[in-house]
Design a protein around this ligand. Structure first.
Ligand code: G6P
Length: 372
């Protein structure tokens, strides 16, 4: 009913708008007064976490994209190798798992059969499994050694939005917590990132307030056949998520690529006026990444692409090459997915509407897939 949708036309719009709160709620009570993490829910004892020598993340769909982003954070802050695998592929390749492996299973519903079967396989090999889940008491957390709940609240729209952002927050918390427990040389950075995380909900809110041009742009692209998405570093999984949203909702051909891989094939796809969304990393910090993606934007534009550039406020280098520019607040590179994903959600939702599609219940899809 309209009341359930809180005045929005679709649950998806309501859930997109709830993201600042969802993000804040997922942090609530997990950072103490001294700026350290208190994750008592992670019932795996610190002694066991110190012995871990590898992290493996398993998930499906949008949750898998959260896992791909988590890998950057976990490897950077803990120096533990981290693999990310689609749950449906995982157990069939005879993965190398033992008691020193920490497996993280990410699932909004907690009922996805592929993820459940993958975590059962991991536990049979003696690995510890930590679930990141949005649904209290669901099967995946019940069968795991520990659970860190995301506090997004119920997500109704099939296409995941607020659950994804909170999965990212939970993944950062786990990465930082592992760093804190194991003690890494990034101690100062970890404390700084915990501070930055505390203000990220406001940044998400800021993005939501500037989405009208994105909606206008989406409406003008409703008859396009293909949209490509490019990113580097954590912007690469963001590009994958932007493309997935467009497939799910707009039923358009959409693909995400690592921007550096463009020259090895995908650039052949570029045609006159083809929309290409580029997620640009911060020019501060890892500036090499930034400079390389600016040349990628030049390359595709020279071949006729219509460039839709998502870049942080104050990044002037992209301006000459952006046919459409979407600004997001400055964040540390690793946290940028929390703000950069939001315009892509809005873009896909508006394109779906413009094409007359059912936003909350896309054809052929289910909110939770309980078959393998
Ligand atoms: C389904 C949904 C996706 C979701 C995926 C994983 O395919 O349509 O939106 O990302 O399942 O769901 P989970 O509940 O495990 O996060």
């Amino acid at each position: 009913s309209a009341a359930e949708k809180g005045g929005y036309d679709y649950f998806m719009l309501k859930e997109i708008a709830e993201q600042p709160k969802a993000v804040a709620d997922t942090l609530l009570g997990r950072i103490d007064g001294s700026g350290s993490l208190t994750l008592d829910e992670v019932r795996i004892p610190p002694g066991v976490l110190r012995e871990i020598d590898k992290v493996v993340i398993i998930a499906c769909g949008t949750a898998f994209h959260a896992g791909l982003i988590a890998k950057y954070a976990i490897e950077h802050w803990t120096r533990l190798p981290c693999e990310v695998e689609l749950a449906s592929e995982f157990r069939y390749r005879d993965p190398i798992l033992d008691a020193q492996t920490l497996v993280i299973a990410i699932s909004q519903s907690g009922e996805t059969m592929d993820t459940l079967m993958a975590l059962r396989h991991a536990r049979e090999q003696g690995s510890k499994v930590l679930a990141i889940c949005n649904t209290n008491g669901s099967t995946i957390p019940r069968e795991s050694d520990a659970v860190l709940y995301t506090h997004a609240g119920p997500e109704v729209a099939v296409a995941s939005t607020k659950a994804f952002l909170t999965q990212l927050v939970a993944c950062y918390l786990v990465a930082l917590y592992l760093g804190q427990v194991r003690g890494t040389k990034w101690g100062d950075e970890i404390r700084a990132v915990i501070r930055d995380l505390s203000s990220i909900s406001g940044a998400v809110d800021e993005v939501l307030g500037t989405m009208e041009p994105v909606r206008e742009l989406a409406r003008t692209l409703a008859t396009k056949k293909t949209v490509l998405f490019l990113g580097r570093h954590v912007g690469y999984p963001v590009a994958l998520e932007g493309a997935l949203k467009l497939k799910e909702l707009a039923y358009m051909h959409a693909e995400g690529f690592a921007a550096g891989e463009l020259k090895h094939g995908p650039i052949a796809l570029i045609e006159e006026d083809m929309p290409v969304v580029v997620v640009v990393p911060s020019p501060r910090g890892r500036s090499v990444l930034h400079d390389k993606i600016v040349s990628n934007i030049q390359e595709i534009r020279a071949r006729g692409a219509r460039t839709i550039v998502i870049a942080e406020e104050g990044d002037e280098a992209v301006v000459p090459y952006a046919d459409h520019l979407v600004r997001v607040p400055a964040t540390p590179t690793l946290l940028q997915p929390l703000v950069a994903t939001v315009p892509l959600q809005v873009f896909a939702c508006e394109l779906a509407t413009a094409r007359g599609n059912e936003v909350d219940q896309p054809r052929n899809l289910a909110k939770s897939v309980t078959v393998e």
